[in-house]
Design a protein around this ligand. Structure first.
Ligand SMILES: Nc1nc2c(ncn2[C@@H]2O[C@H](COP(=O)(O)OP(=O)(O)O)[C@@H](O)[C@H]2O)c(=O)[nH]1
Ligand SMILES: [Mg+2]
Length: 313
């Protein structure tokens, strides 16, 4: 969905006569692995996006909606902007990220403490022309042992970006995340809610289930394998108890299949068990999960295959 969606007629909750309701999109951008998804989950107070220690875990633009009596913030989590070279999937991911700038009322540029990298420069070039206000979030400050490094880094980031709104924070430890939310809300325009107040994402339970399965596989696999698999839900029956979910794990090469399955099926089994629990807690219902591994040669560089697998603009 486009970040510049039409405003709907959802009634705007109001907390007082003279407080105008505010609403809008906050696009969260940055290079891969800086903690964008962890930050969005923290701001939302629930798990919207999967996260991992590996770069390029988030593949889509995903909306997370937080509605309070005074405002509605639509957070836009994005794939990390990375070097344009690569597969069709890489190009799709970059497009998905950059497109979040259209219609973003506020841009949150996430930079990891305490080193500015060439990849951050690449992101900066992308957001340079945006007319929306930009807040820079310096992420993972809990990892900075020597706190005296922080002030010079904030100054450096401010100088490089020309942006004076820089907030050092930690999503993991919830340091300064309330401050970031307050500043985002300050910058939102006055306006009615964009989504019904009981909606918290633009994604459905099928999408979320596939992501939760991919998260567990990403955690267990090495080298290029996490980037070479995709999960597709083939069946999702919630009219029965337990809910029955059947999913295919697509891999790119025959040789990948036994690795994903693991010795005596161990890798697939442990990923499946853990993902099933995660899906259960998302749905609040018991779940039966079946997983199969299938080969679709070269899917990540095949535009047609990508479209069919849901990587469509
Ligand atoms: N120590 C620490 N680690 C973090 C923090 N935020 C994210 N991480 C870790 O950084 C890695 C990448 O996070 P993720 O949210 O997937 O990054 P993304 O690719 O930018 O969405 C994961 O291993 C996270 O657990 C933080 O505030 N502190
Ligand atoms: Mg992410």
């Amino acid at each position: 969905m486009s970040a510049s969606g039409e405003r709907n007629d959802a009634p705007a909750a109001s907390s007082g006569e003279d407080v105008a309701f505010k609403s809008g999109f906050a696009a969260v951008l940055g290079r891969p692995n800086v903690g964008k998804s962890t930050l969005v989950n923290c701001l939302l107070g629930r798990k919207l996006s999967i996260t991992s220690r590996r770069p390029q875990t988030t593949r889509h633009r995903i909306l997370g909606i937080k509605t309070t009596p005074t405002h509605q913030v639509v957070y836009v989590d994005t794939p990390g902007i990375h070097r344009a070279a690569g597969t069709a999937l890489n190009r799709y991911m970059n497009r998905a990220a950059v497109s979040a700038l259209d219609g973003g009322d506020v841009v949150v540029f996430v930079v990891e403490a305490t080193r500015w990298r060439e990849d951050d420069e690449r992101v900066l070039r992308r957001i340079h022309d945006t007319r929306s206000p930009v807040i820079i979030a310096i992420s993972k400050v809990d990892r900075v042992r020597d706190k005296s490094l922080l002030l010079p880094f904030i100054a450096e980031v401010s100088r490089r970006t020309g942006c004076d709104e820089v907030i050092p924070l930690s999503a993991r430890r919830r340091i300064n995340t309330d401050l970031l939310e307050t500043r985002i809300v300050d910058l939102l325009p006055v306006g009615a809610a964009l989504f019904p107040d009981d909606q918290w994402s633009d994604r459905n339970e099928l999408f979320m289930s596939a992501e939760l399965i991919r998260e567990q596989l990403t955690e267990r696999l090495n080298q290029e394998l996490p980037y070479r698999l995709s999960v597709e839900i083939e069946r999702f029956s919630d009219a029965v108890d337990p809910v029955r979910v059947a999913a295919v794990v697509w891999v790119e090469r025959r040789s990948h299949k036994p690795i994903v399955v693991g010795r005596e099926g161990g890798t697939l089994k442990s990923a499946g068990t853990r993902a099933r629990r995660e899906i259960q807690s998302m749905l609040g219902r018991r779940v039966h999960l079946d997983l199969w591994v299938k080969v679709k040669t070269g899917w990540s560089d095949d535009e047609q295959a990508l479209m069919r697998m849901g990587y469509a603009d």
